[in-house]
Design a protein around this ligand. Structure first.
Ligand code: SIN
Length: 331
């Protein structure tokens, strides 16, 4: 009898030990973070910083794997892959959500924000915060905004006034607002993935494109575009996004730490963005590969006058009150 008891106790200890070993060695939650830009960009740096912070705070429990340069998915596939559970985190440009919501089109309206401080103010305000949930019905939730910067126009010929863009082909992101913006100056917009832009420019299949200083520099567009007009006509920012199913399925304590680390990584990425908007512009000037065209106020006004009617065209889809809130952020 005594012997049986001893056997039973040893058995229970062995089972408990085996269970604890299983728990201790349980595979960590893997977060695949897919993006399309180089590592030396605001988004590339933010993603790497997030992986580093999660490794510090949740080592053994969560592992972040970062895939830059469209290695895993391009922006036109990443959101579908996220819904299917093949990727957990991404930060596509706000211009790439047309299939999921019309509201985010607000960020593409030309000459809406006067600077990045206004963009930040709008995103932090009630409308910006509400927009984080704009894709929820489609199974995706915005966890935050990340800056890149204001967009410039690069081209094979100098662009000083809207007439200079007439008849020229420009690569754009997959946004109807951006298409309307280029049509407004008589140009031909072509929706193409980011990964194809350099080759399209190099082979002269297109005449120009619009992007931030950081993307023009890191993807070497300036080496194949002799002119860059400093137009600051729009914003290139990102929606840091995850699948609602994945995010809500995480244990509460893990989700809380991940959100804290993400906020810290975004703040870091925004700092990098502000520095790169100045530093990468200067590196392009120093390279002497591309001439930067600074517009006079009168020339700039011509671009504003030509492009601004696009606002009215998309007012119903975006919401008049949202546009008014964005305009108010400039004050
Ligand atoms: C990005 O910065 O993520 C890409 C922007 C673009 O497609 O031009």
């Amino acid at each position: 009898m005594k012997r049986n008891k001893l056997v039973l106790v040893s058995l229970l200890i062995a089972v408990a030990f085996a269970a604890s070993v299983t728990i201790a060695s349980a595979a960590p939650i893997v977060i695949k973070f897919s993006h399309v830009v180089a590592e030396n960009t605001p988004k590339g740096q933010m993603a790497n910083k997030f992986a580093e912070l999660v490794d510090r705070d949740l080592s053994g429990k969560v592992k972040v794997e970062v895939f830059p340069n469209s290695q895993l998915f391009g922006d036109n596939k990443v959101l579908e892959a996220m819904i299917l559970g093949d990727v957990q985190l991404a930060a596509p440009s706000l211009s790439k959500f047309k299939k999921y919501t019309k509201s985010l089109q607000i960020f593409d309206l030309p000459f809406l924000f006067k600077d990045m401080a206004a963009v930040e103010k709008f995103q932090k305000g009630p409308v910006g915060q509400k927009l984080l949930m704009a894709t929820k019905k489609k199974g995706l939730i915005g966890l935050g905004y990340l800056h890149n910067g204001l967009k410039q126009l690069s081209a094979s010929k100098p662009l000083r006034v809207p007439g200079d863009a007439k008849g020229k082909k420009f690569r754009i992101m997959s946004s109807d607002v951006l298409a309307a913006q280029f049509k407004a100056v008589g140009a031909m917009p072509l929706k193409k993935p980011f990964s194809e832009v350099f080759t399209l420019l190099q082979t002269k299949a297109i005449d120009g494109q619009e992007n931030s200083w950081s993307n023009i520099y890191s993807k070497k567009f300036y080496e194949v575009q002799p002119y860059i007009t400093e137009s600051n006509h729009g914003v290139l920012d990102y929606f840091v996004i995850t699948s609602a199913e994945f995010w809500m399925g995480l244990p509460d304590d893990i989700r809380t730490v991940l959100k804290k680390d993400l906020d810290e990584a975004i703040a870091f990425g925004n700092k990098v963005a502000a520095e790169k908007a100045i530093g990468d512009r200067q590196k392009i000037i120093d390279s002497k590969r591309s001439t930067i065209i600074e517009l006079t106020p009168a020339e700039r006004q011509q671009w504003v006058d030509a492009m601004k009617p696009v606002w009215k065209q998309f007012e119903d889809q975006i919401g008049k009150e949202y546009i008014e809130a964005a305009v108010a952020a400039n004050k």
